[in-house]
Design a binder for this molecule. Structure first.
Ligand SMILES: C=CC1=C(C)c2cc3[nH]c(cc4nc(cc5[nH]c(cc1n2)c(C)c5CCC(=O)O)C(CCC(=O)O)=C4C)c(C)c3C=C
Ligand SMILES: [Fe+2]
Ligand SMILES: [Fe+2]
Length: 322
């Protein structure tokens, strides 16, 4: 490996260690205690979280995780580990994995890089579109860990890559590769993870980033705009989230006569519960029930070649001068 003393910390959201209600409760408790994710005052939120959400949601969500669990663990973890390995091979510098919630933590990832002699760290949150709920939460955890260290590494932090040409190319290639094998759909829907509308109203640029990704992808695919649109999935709680909602959009498309629908999820760097279960299982059922015939989830970029090449280029550009 090259010895220019920099290392890469790849960060994603995290996932439970097991598909059991207890492991899911531990994971959700850490995740849903983060004020970046749920900003409600603690005296109001903690009773709802401990009294209702954790006891009711954990066993329910455990069944969903069980339906997508892979031989080597949670899909999010399996694909993230493959990304780490492939990027390290391509870059020839140390690459560590850290999850904002659960294991391996950001602290563990930073410690691994330190142990490998890296005195410069480039943090790459695997969220193409910036959101305070995800990207800023990564920054908080990195800062919290480094606050405790007398000698901190030189740091660089990638805020977003929603419009990076190599990211758009990787998305376009994943769609065209999929269509080369499976034929083209009547309609392509880009489904992004949602956030509360209030967060966007207060300045979170996430929806603007999602719009730009969709526009650039449509252009790159030369897709007629009446055959492609975007929506937001994974709504949580009672307040309004970004609209249009994915499930309602899918139902409306089927009712309008779309027979074959392909969905891709550009905000997810790897396949996970929200793509493999919510989209590929629940949304498929909604589409078929509403009159659709064929429904496909185009896999996330995961560890595919174009994605790793994009990550390598992104890192190399941000590490210039190191
Ligand atoms: C409570 C509010 C939530 C916000 C805000 C939120 C934003 C957000 N999340 C992702 C990416 C992922 N989320 C995943 C799971 C997940 N998300 C929430 C809630 C919020 N997300 C919950 C409660 C869960 C757990 C599952 C459930 O109980 O429904 C995942 C998948 C994790 C896995 O183990 O597979 C990802 C990835 C983004 C990108 C985002 C904002 C842009
Ligand atoms: Fe609490
Ligand atoms: Fe989420």
């Amino acid at each position: 490996m090259k010895n220019n003393n920099y290392g890469v910390l790849l960060v994603n959201l995290g996932t439970p260690d097991e598909a059991s209600p207890a492991a899911i409760k531990r994971f959700l408790s850490e995740f849903l205690h983060d004020k970046r994710v749920v900003d409600m005052t603690r005296w109001l939120w903690c009773p709802i979280l401990h009294g209702v959400i954790l006891p009711i949601r954990s066993p329910k969500v455990a069944k969903l995780y069980q339906s997508v669990w892979m031989e080597d663990g949670s899909p999010l973890m399996v694909y993230s580990q493959r990304q780490r390995q492939a990027l390290e091979k391509q870059l020839n510098v140390p690459v560590a994995l850290g999850m904002t919630y659960g294991t391996p933590s950001i602290a563990t990832g930073l410690a691994e890089l330190k142990q490998q002699g890296c005195d410069k760290v480039l943090v790459l949150p695997l969220y193409p579109q910036y959101s305070g709920t995800t990207t800023a939460a990564v920054f908080d955890r990195v800062a919290k860990e480094l606050k405790q260290q007398p000698h901190i590494p030189e740091l660089r932090f990638i805020n977003h890559y929603f419009d990076h040409p190599d990211y758009i190319d990787a998305l376009a290639l994943s769609a065209t590769d999929f269509w080369a094998e499976n034929g083209k759909p009547d309609y392509l829907l880009c489904s992004y993870h949602g956030i509360p509308k209030r967060y966007a109203d207060n300045g979170d640029p996430y929806p603007k980033h999602c719009h730009t990704t969709t526009e650039k992808l449509a252009e790159r695919l030369a897709m007629p705009r009446e055959k492609m649109s975007m929506s937001y999935q994974s709504i949580f709680g009672r307040e309004e989230w970004l609209q249009p909602y994915t499930e309602a959009t899918i139902e409306a498309l089927a009712k309008k006569g779309v027979k074959r629908l392909d969905v891709m999820c550009p905000a997810f760097s790897v396949d996970c519960l929200e793509t493999l279960e919510e989209i590929a299982e629940q949304c498929k059922e909604t589409f078929i029930k509403a009159g659709g015939d064929v429904f496909n989830l185009i896999p996330c970029l995961n560890d595919n070649e174009a994605h790793i090449r994009m990550m390598k280029n992104l890192v190399t550009q941000h590490a210039q001068g190191w």
